[in-house]
Design a binder for this molecule. Structure first.
Ligand code: XMP
Length: 525
């Protein structure tokens, strides 16, 4: 079964369509639009107007673009868009397209400028219009692309750069606008204000995308999807996505949702017990905790290759889940915590082809004949967090640091054994405790310990000791695509190191990883 056939998303009324011409910019714009509490979806640049119209968009944004070259030779969208009488905002490359389609002149390869620089506003209405209580401290742009040499007939220049180049143009009657920089870039001063003016004043959106409304709509949709006698099984990992899914299902169908938590033994200290305790109390439906710790260790015996470990852990997880689900009798749906970045179909590859990146649903629905229900399909990660808070989930779930599916299994270089698991789990617990006590957890993306499979000489109790080395890794990041190693205070590192070598028998030495991503990755395997 394909993920597209699944249901459970909560369809709001007001929607903006963002056509993605490539690069990370489209996603960035989408996140900003959602921050403005307007629902939006990203679609590939070549989606036909007929298809876009089915979404009944309040407005269309053209975002992103090819790495080199401009609108003359690059990817184009359906020209119908420019005549559709729907508000349109072309950003960067999108502004060039708009200019070309409407008879303007562009110099696509000319980069206006690298950095910001204040804008000279010629026509505040409507994009640069200051609002009471929402007046930005001036405007500047970043992420410039190309140059519109002559604006198309009927268009006005709304803003210029200090050098006099067109920074924004508009055709108020046709509600078509173009800006040469990207207002979603954090360096674009007043960018969010500008986007909001387009969304609220030009498109007439009312900021109706809030966590509360999402929850109400999602619960309603689950009730409509799942028949009155049907049951749903939900895989709970204790991570934020699956926790939110379980709570939405609980609100919608109560005891007809069965949650299964597989303890594969690769969790952090105390996590299995904590997840079990919390959800057993919170959920009205059955909560099944499967202790599969031994079974995973047996399967992983002697395996050292990282990808082989991942594969075994993934397959075994499905096997355990499947066995448990079969015991439940007739089950119609499997609920999954798939989120928007997993399902997005967008982006432009070399030669203008559309890249399709699809979530791997792990083979479960095919194997068991489940239909899929994915209530979070429309949410970005930060939105899931907001929904979790609105649902009243505790901080330790809403603020939980990302934890990979294979768990501690990919934080032990070499073979995974019960003893080695214990070492890394204890070291990780000490690091977590100290970072939390220092009040730094909220500043970090991830922080953890790795058993790097190297031994070193040390002195313990006045005797020579040869034992394993623990490596600490702490990074800051916004999306895990890039990361910086965290500049943790020396005295914190010192405390952690003393505690690990002092409290965990065998550990000879503690080192700190100072590699950024790239060139490193966040995890060691
Ligand atoms: P890397 O190590 O590639 O990690 O920089 C980026 C983010 O992905 C997480 N990660 C995984 N998550 N299964 C997962 O569910 C995996 O096999 C896996 N490997 C890495 C990692 O923790 C980081 O947040």
């Amino acid at each position: 079964m394909k993920a597209e056939q699944s249901s459970g998303g909560a369809g709001p009324r007001e929607k903006i369509i963002i056509l993605d011409f490539g690069g990370p910019e489209g996603m960035l714009v989408a996140r900003r639009v959602r921050e403005a509490q307007v629902y939006c979806e990203l679609l590939p640049f070549n989606t036909s107007w007929a298809e876009i119209r089915r979404h009944q968009p309040r407005g269309i944004i053209l975002a992103g673009g090819p790495g080199r070259g401009g609108a003359g030779a690059g990817p184009r969208c359906d020209p119908q868009l420019f005549k559709a009488q729907v508000p349109l905002l072309g950003i960067g490359y999108g502004m060039q397209l708009l200019a070309l389609e409407r008879g303007g002149e562009v110099e696509p390869d000319r980069l206006l400028k690298e950095g910001g620089g204040p804008l000279k506003i010629e026509e505040p209405e409507p994009l640069f219009q200051e609002q009471e209580g929402a007046a930005p401290d001036g405007f500047s742009g970043a992420g410039w692309r190309g140059l519109v040499k002559r604006v198309p007939p009927g268009f006005k220049v709304l803003a210029r750069t200090e050098e006099g180049a067109v920074a924004a143009m508009g055709h108020p009657r046709d509600r078509l606008y173009g800006i040469a920089f990207n207002p979603a870039f954090p360096e674009s001063r007043g960018g969010m204000h500008l986007l909001k003016r387009f969304l609220y004043d030009v498109c007439g959106c009312s900021a109706d995308w809030t966590p509360r409304r999402f929850i109400d709509a999602a619960v309603e949709q689950i009730r409509q999807t799942v028949g009155p006698a049907e049951r749903v099984v939900c895989g709970l990992s204790g991570g934020i996505d699956s926790s939110v899914v379980a709570c939405l299902l609980d609100q919608a169908i109560g005891e007809r949702c069965v949650s299964i938590f597989v303890d594969h033994g690769l969790l952090r200290k105390g996590e299995g017990e904590e997840v079990s305790r919390f959800f057993r109390e919170r959920l009205r439906g059955p909560f099944i905790a499967v202790d599969a710790r031994k079974r995973f260790l047996e399967r992983l015996k002697g395996v050292t290759d990282p990808e082989a470990k991942r594969k075994i852990i993934g397959t075994e997880f499905i096997n355990v889940f499947e066995e448990e689900a079969r015991k439940l009798g007739e089950i119609a749906y499997l609920a999954q915590g798939t989120i928007y970045p997993d399902v997005i179909e967008s982006g432009v590859g070399p030669g203008g082809t559309v890249i399709k990146s699809h979530h791997n649903v792990g083979g479960l629905p095919e194997k068991l004949g489940f239909k899929l229900i994915e209530p979070l399909r429309e949410l970005f990660k930060d939105e899931v967090r907001l929904v979790a808070r609105e649902l009243g989930l505790p901080d330790r779930i809403t603020n939980r640091q990302p934890f990979p599916g294979p768990g501690l299994g990919v934080r032990i270089i070499g073979e995974i054994t019960a003893e080695r698991l214990e070492l890394v789990r204890e070291a990780d617990a000490i690091l977590r405790e100290e970072v939390e006590q220092a009040g730094l957890a909220g500043d970090l993306w991830q922080f953890f310990a790795v058993l790097i499979g190297v031994n070193a000489v040390g002195v313990k109790e006045e005797r020579r000791h040869y034992g394993p080395v623990i490596c600490l890794r702490a990074v800051t990041s916004t999306d895990a695509m890039t990361a910086a190693w965290a500049r943790l205070p020396y005295d914190l590192l010192d405390r952690v190191s003393r505690r690990i070598t002092g409290e965990i028998p065998g550990i000879s030495r503690v080192v700190y990883d100072i590699t950024a991503k790239p060139p490193g990755t966040i995890e060691w395997e």
